[in-house]
Design a protein around this ligand. Structure first.
Ligand SMILES: [Zn+2]
Length: 455
């Protein structure tokens, strides 16, 4: 389908797309549609052609759509899930000794983690800080169709003030004029899809104070990237720094407020301003979950996402380490507060997006569980993990909902996720860009998985 007919299809919908559908299209009929923005719509038909959705219509009105027919009776179709805060695995492999420089990136680990996202129904990820030599070649491979992976957006190196949060994978910028060449090089060489900055002095939980980026510098860097057409996100964890980042011009926030309960005025501001923020509840939940409920690692998505050796290591060595960490105890107290902050801002009309600060499809599905546990209705959780996340990325014109003209990133489910968010794991198939993913080809760390629900 060419640009012209695509535009026409988007305008007149079903009628024109009938004439332009090709044999490589898929027609999912009689399905309950969860389109990412509206209430569930029963008995709908959704057709794809090439990489796009070309028709969304009540089945009773459909006639003549061409393509492979799939019976959607008793099934649910939602947009592909998104995770807008990951750090892809394989970038931070420790060196041979704890003090040594990190080893080279582990590409295999990265490829396996990417496969786990697709397996879990995640069709778009944003990596918000990694070693560029790890994430950027994988992004290029995904775009060229050389690997089975979700759409990869990446910040490359994040940017921080010398000694501030995220130093490990950051370009250190201390003076806008003096360091401008570094910014130009970052933009030209890494082509960040989004710029990630940090505004964090730590000094909370069990952490000592570190330097903080001056606000005028933050604002100048944000403006510079915006002038290059690049959206921005800022790591923050407190209400004060969130406000400062928003008024320095940041397009999004990389976390909710974690350090304490939000004020009513902050909730009102987030609802008025509609600055999208990544929910990132899974990272804080993870420590106590491993200590108290290590059996979660035996759930099918974790078995698929991690190698048996890795799951054993998590259950033994990592669990022992985390048991005695002050941070674990701290997050047990603070994570429910962060969850309530997310719920409040969402309920008031703010824009929560789905992010985990982790690196597996199993974690993204866990984020959905935690959002539902926070008191957000499952249908709203799906909106957060689809449409709102596309808004976060500035890609809601292409992704995030099931509409004529958009990219065909879809997940067909065998059970109703609005009745129980765990049913978002009852996957019949995942489609990315109009192609149904062949699960048997996914290079999962857990090896070949048993086929799930039959098509
Ligand atoms: Zn992060």
């Amino acid at each position: 389908m060419n640009q012209h007919s695509l535009l026409a299809a988007a305008t007149v919908g079903v009628l024109l797309s009938v004439g332009t559908a090709h044999a490589d299209g898929v027609v999912i009929e009689h399905v309950t549609l969860l389109d990412g923005t509206h209430a569930p719509q029963p008995d709908m038909t959704v057709a794809t052609d090439g990489e796009r959705i070309v028709a969304v219509t009540p089945s009773a009105l459909e006639h003549g759509l061409e393509g492979r027919r799939i019976d959607g009776r008793g099934r649910y179709l939602m947009p592909g899930l998104m995770d807008v805060h990951i750090h892809l695995r394989g970038g931070f492999d420790p060196g041979p000794t704890p003090d040594a420089e990190p080893g080279p990136p582990n590409r295999r680990e990265g490829v396996e983690a990417l496969a786990s996202f697709l397996y879990a129904g995640v069709t778009t990820v944003l990596d918000v800080g990694n070693r560029p030599e790890h994430i950027l070649p994988l992004r290029a491979d995904e775009r060229a169709g050389r690997i089975l992976a979700p759409r990869i957006l990446a910040t490359g190196n994040l940017i921080t003030y010398p000694g501030s949060h995220g130093d490990r994978v950051a370009l250190r910028i201390s003076d806008f004029e003096k360091d401008k060449a570094l910014l130009d090089k970052h933009i030209a060489a890494q082509q960040p899809d989004v710029l990630k900055l940090t505004l964090e002095e730590e000094g909370w939980g069990s952490r000592p104070m570190i330097p903080l980026m001056p606000l005028d510098l933050l604002a100048k860097i944000i403006r510079y990237y915006n002038l290059h057409g690049i959206r921005t996100t800022v790591h923050v964890s407190s209400e004060l720094r969130s406000l400062e980042a928003i008024y320095a011009g940041s397009d999004t926030l990389a976390h909710p407020v974690i350090q304490g309960p939000v004020s009513d005025s902050f909730v009102r501001l987030m609802a008025a301003k509609k600055t999208p923020f990544a929910s990132t509840l899974t990272i804080g939940d993870n420590y106590n979950r491993l200590v108290e409920h290590p059996e979660y690692l035996d759930q099918p998505l974790y078995v698929a996402s991690f190698s048996p050796a890795e799951r054993t290591r998590l259950k033994t060595r990592t669990r022992e380490e985390w048991k005695s960490r002050t941070w674990t105890a701290w997050m047990k107290v603070m994570n429910p507060i962060a969850a309530e902050n997310v719920r409040k801002v969402h309920a008031a009309g703010g824009v929560a997006a789905c992010g985990t600060d982790q690196s597996s499809g199993a974690a993204t599905q866990r984020e959905l569980e935690l959002l539902a546990e926070a008191g957000i209705a499952p249908l709203e959780v799906i909106r957060i993990a689809t449409f709102n996340s596309a808004v976060f990325l500035g890609k809601a014109d292409q992704l995030g909902s099931i509409e004529t003209g958009k990219l065909a990133d879809l997940v067909l489910l065998g059970r109703d996720p609005t009745a129980d968010i765990n049913n978002a794991k009852a996957i019949v198939f995942v489609m990315k860009g109009g192609r149904i993913i062949d699960e048997s080809q996914l290079p999962l760390a857990g090896g070949k998985q048993q086929r799930r629900l039959a098509l």
